[in-house]
Design a protein around this ligand. Structure first.
Ligand SMILES: [Mn+2]
Length: 425
């Protein structure tokens, strides 16, 4: 299913209400010397990758409830992202997961993605489960395994993922390891870390010159006692030892409760080592729920550091943004639309922070004023800016409303049937 822009014609009353709201906000911001056009352009240019695994129902370890009309091929996954991108104009990239998304016809897939204005962002390897006919098993780890044969298989898989990504125009690979242990004494920490370091260095050798290697970390799960790459420090150290094309990837859900993620982001950007960023929200752990649905102010504080880094840290590369979520109750496409909306809104709020005033207040140790400056930006209703950025690019004024009015899920079910399951889920 491919949307054409004529289908998005928005109700004239809605447009006129938006125009009033935008004009009001723009004039109030202009009086505060904020360049509204620049903010709208930044929002329009901000593109977030959708991972191929977020388009169907995920499930928990207790069960999976299908969300009907799910995509069952790579082509259909791209079409779903195309629908979201047509509506939101902010999902112009896909992040593939290998081996689930190996194209049968590379040219056809590239043409389809191109026609939908979708780029190929980071490719993801998968050594957290065994593939059919695999010689070695990852039950006790992959890049960290005590067996050289298992490590070699995992290294070869990562190199294959780079090859596949190269054929599609990707420029980065994300490595997330499930490796760890569930019981004290099960694993020798130093051996596991050394094996992982050497395996990553081996993969890094196959990295094309214009590519990046992203190393993701996670404190627990699927194992419960230890993970080999448990925190940003371990990832940062591994990235440094690999070389200048290796970076840390921060996934919001991969932290223990109350971790100061904004400070991690800030430190990594200062050191030029933040490469990728995965959005989601959580209450307890890696809950993978809708961005900003539980801790919107925390997300704002993180975005504030991201914006500061993007403006002040030329040593840090442009980031790869992705939504890493899993959908169990909501229509995955509706959930992604909501996440994209929240990301844009929070980015806009962070762009409103008066960095000059904030710096002055910090230097004067005016703690109350520092807080006021942040809260003033956070409490501004920036939705008209986000809508304006979308309208400028012929997206939908209200993407979720348009999605429902166009009965997209109903059409997908008609097209694909009720019982399709996306590969990898
Ligand atoms: Mn992630």
């Amino acid at each position: 299913m491919i949307l054409n822009p004529d289908q998005l014609n928005t109700n004239k009353d809605d447009i006129s209400i938006h125009k009033d709201q935008f004009d009001n906000l723009a004039s109030s911001l202009s009086r505060q010397n904020i360049q509204v056009d620049q903010i709208v352009n930044k929002l329009a240019n901000f593109q977030i990758a959708i991972p191929s695994w977020a388009l169907g129902a995920g499930g928990t370890r207790f069960g999976r409830f299908s969300y009907h009309g799910e995509p069952s091929s790579l082509e259909q996954k791209l079409e779903d992202i195309g629908v979201i991108h047509s509506l939101t104009k902010s999902a112009g990239a896909v992040s593939l997961h290998i081996p689930w998304d190996i194209p049968k016809d590379y040219n056809a897939i590239k043409e389809l993605a191109n026609s939908l204005d979708i780029k190929f962002d980071a490719v993801n390897s998968n050594t957290f489960q065994d593939q059919p006919n695999a010689k070695e098993s990852y039950k006790f780890g992959s890049l960290s395994n005590t067996s050289q044969a298992v490590r070699d298989q995992a290294i070869a898989h990562n190199k294959e993922v780079i090859n596949i990504g190269e054929k599609l125009g990707s420029k980065s690979i994300t490595v997330w390891l499930a490796d760890g242990s569930s019981f004290p004494g099960q694993s020798n920490f130093q051996t596991a870390l050394s094996h992982t370091q050497n395996s990553l260095k081996d993969i890094y050798k196959s990295l094309p010159n214009d590519w990046k290697l992203f190393i993701e970390y996670k404190p627990y799960e699927p194992y419960f006692y230890s993970t080999v790459i448990q925190d940003w420090g371990t990832s940062f150290m591994l990235a440094n030892e690999c070389g200048e094309k290796a970076f840390t990837l921060v996934d919001l859900g991969h932290h223990l409760p109350n971790t100061n993620i904004e400070q991690i982001v800030s430190t990594l950007m200062l050191k030029g080592k933040l490469g990728g960023f995965h959005f989601n929200d959580s209450k307890y752990g890696d809950d993978d729920i809708t961005v900003g649905s539980i801790k919107p102010y925390a997300l704002f504080l993180i975005f504030n550091e991201l914006v500061y880094g993007m403006e002040n840290n030329p040593q840090n590369p442009e980031l790869s943004w992705m939504i890493d979520a899993s959908h169990n109750l909501k229509d995955p496409l509706e959930d992604l639309i909501q996440s994209l909306e929240t990301i844009q809104i929070t980015y806009a709020k962070a762009l409103l922070v008066d960095q000059t005033k904030l710096k002055q207040a910090q230097e004067n140790h005016d703690v109350s004023l520092c807080q006021e400056i942040l809260q003033n930006a956070y409490l501004t209703d920036v939705r008209p800016l986000v809508k304006q950025a979308r309208l400028q690019q012929q997206g939908a004024l209200d993407p979720l409303k348009a999605y429902r009015l166009l009965s997209i899920r109903e059409q997908l079910i008609k097209e694909r049937g009720k019982n399709t399951v996306a590969t990898g889920l």
